[in-house]
Ligand binder design. Structure first.
Ligand SMILES: [Zn+2]
Length: 116
């Protein structure tokens, strides 16, 4: 990895963290518990609960991604950043640009997903 690539990845991490902070804040605002006595009609209430379930899931995923990105931010200047934790080969730079929080190369990530 060249110093320029590392800087690019770092910029990407900072951008994504800022974006996620905003997204999480917005999601937290719309995923407040739905009051049982709210004046919505029954159908609207079911819809509201379904929507809340979807948003809750996105919120969980966003928080998890934020944690991973913050961890990537701590590791980005280290020598072993961008090295797969399983096979210890370099993770493709293209993959790191898209998912800077990646800790595995594509092959090992695929293997890991299958094992779950
Ligand atoms: Zn690997």
């Amino acid at each position: 990895m060249t110093p320029q690539e590392r800087t690019q990845i770092k910029t990407k991490i900072i951008e994504e963290i800022a974006h996620l902070h905003k997204q999480i804040k917005a999601l937290e605002a719309i995923t407040q518990p739905i009051a049982p006595d709210c004046s919505l009609g029954r159908l609207t209430r079911v819809e509201a609960m379904n929507e809340k379930a979807v948003n809750d899931r996105i919120l969980d995923e966003s928080r998890l991604k934020l944690k991973r990105l913050e961890s990537a931010m701590h590791r980005v200047d280290r020598e072993d950043f961008g090295i797969c934790i399983d096979c210890e080969e370099d993770i493709a730079i293209g993959r790191l640009m898209i998912r800077p929080e990646s800790v595995r190369c594509i092959a090992c990530a695929t293997q890991f997903q299958k094992g779950k």
